[in-house]
Design a protein around this ligand. Structure first.
Ligand code: ADP
Ligand code: MG
Length: 399
């Protein structure tokens, strides 16, 4: 592994095989600047409307949320698992991860990131063709996590280095379909995949828009939860922006409220249907105790004409945020949000009370199906009971 520090990075937008120059990033430590390409300005496509508006000339970064990087490019950088892998691979090769600037990290992403942005110069990674079974990958992940064994770190980096999110995962093409498959981390319960799949089924029943998902079988008892990527098909790459990147909201600390999310959704999509979809998701998260609802767990997708929509939902599972609270508050309430807060949220988001009540009822009647869904996906009895009693308590106390 080799890398050369850079001062300038060229950014491209690559929908449907086309490669369109967006502009260039420059580092004049400690500040980062961006300048749009003059042809891109003419296209009138807003890749990051709030924090990187279309305008000519040098645009300095405005804050230090992402080490001075603009949120739209920070969204291309792996965090959690992917970042850990790169840092460990660098350390293995006697390179200091702390010496990398955000621009150097973008060069490691190169053309392999999620979404539709690519970066040059690309720092070449090894190009071995991997043909590992999922069980073998799971074993490598476990070796890496439990025994600090970095023998497989380059394999894992190639498989999941450009993904974001905390949990170990791989991005993989199976029969021309692109999947994101998640593996248990060392502190997850053994049935973590079954729980996430049961939540997926529950969310589907609740009327949320979701990508295809399934459990990939394992020779051991538990399989692996995987969902089909909505930012990539064989024909196109789709520009994806998280709420975190869009608003420069650090996902590691509770920074946003659903009110802000819905307002941003209306602003960027100009379509109340998108707001309703996000509202339904907020209701689902509250009733089902999905409290890891941070700013990177919500995204928007942009089509080639520059039109935005809310992305399908992802990362829905039984979870707790900081101190057990929701990462994103509902009208200021993180500890114990309920019907009252959700109705207030609907009101400030121009969703009619009757519609909100109907959404709440629909989601509630799906979430109470938890025990059956948990049984169907193979959740252990102890996890199933814990989640069931939590859901029942939320409904009894707050709905
Ligand atoms: N189906 C999908 N298509 C495209 N991107 C996805 C999909 N599911 C998740 N992502 C992206 O991958 C990241 C990690 O996935 P997530 O399920 O949130 O994993 P984790 O449990 O590690 O947080 C998300 O923040 C999102 O940006
Ligand atoms: Mg996540």
């Amino acid at each position: 592994m080799k890398f050369t520090p850079v001062k300038v990075v060229h950014v491209y937008y690559v929908p449907k095989g086309k490669k369109i120059a967006v502009g260039r990033l420059a580092l004049k430590a400690p500040q980062i600047f961006f300048e749009y390409d003059s042809n891109f300005l003419k296209m009138d496509i807003h890749l990051s409307p709030f924090k990187l508006p279309l305008k000519s000339g040098l645009i300095p970064s405005t804050d230090s949320t992402f080490d001075g990087l603009f949120g739209v490019f920070n969204d291309s950088l792996p965090d959690g698992w992917g970042r850990l892998l790169l840092d460990r691979a660098l350390t293995k090769h006697h390179l200091n991860p702390r010496s990398l600037s955000p621009l150097d990290r973008l060069c490691f992403v190169g053309s392999q990131g999620m979404g539709a942005l690519t970066y040059e110069p690309e720092t070449a990674n090894s190009n071995t063709v991997l043909n590992n079974s999922l069980d073998k990958i799971a074993k490598e992940i476990s070796e890496f996590q439990k025994n600090n064994n970095d023998h497989y770190v380059e394999d894992l980096l190639q498989l999941g280095g450009s993904s974001s999110g905390a949990r170990p995962k791989v991005l993989i093409n199976i029969k021309n379909k692109h999947w994101l498959i998640k593996f248990p981390s060392s502190f997850d319960p053994r049935d973590v995949s079954a729980i996430e799949y049961a939540y997926y089924l529950m969310a589907k029943d609740s009327g949320l828009d979701l990508p295809n998902a399934k459990i990939f079988p394992s020779r051991k008892k538990n399989g692996f939860f995987g969902c089909q990527r909505f930012d990539l098909t064989d024909l196109e790459r789709i520009h994806m922006h998280t709420i975190s990147g869009l608003l420069h909201a650090d996902h590691r600390i509770p920074t946003i409220d659903y009110e802000m999310m819905l307002k941003a959704a209306m602003h960027i999509t100009h379509n109340i249907q998108n707001c309703r979809a996000l509202y339904r998701q907020s209701v689902f998260n509250v009733i089902s105790h999905n409290r890891d609802d941070h700013a990177k767990n919500f995204s928007f997708l942009m089509d080639e004409t520059g039109k935005w929509k809310v992305s399908p939902a992802y990362d829905l599972t039984f979870s707790s945020g900081p101190g057990g609270e929701h990462c994103s508050t509902v009208m200021g309430e993180g500890q114990n949000p309920g019907k009252k807060h959700l109705l207030e949220l609907a009101k400030t988001s121009n969703i009619k009370k009757s519609e909100a009540l109907q959404i709440i009822d629909e989601v509630k009647s799906s979430v109470i199906k938890w025990p059956q869904l948990a049984k169907k996906t193979g959740v252990s009895k102890s996890s199933s009971k814990l989640i069931d009693s939590t859901i029942k308590r939320i409904i009894k106390e707050n709905f």
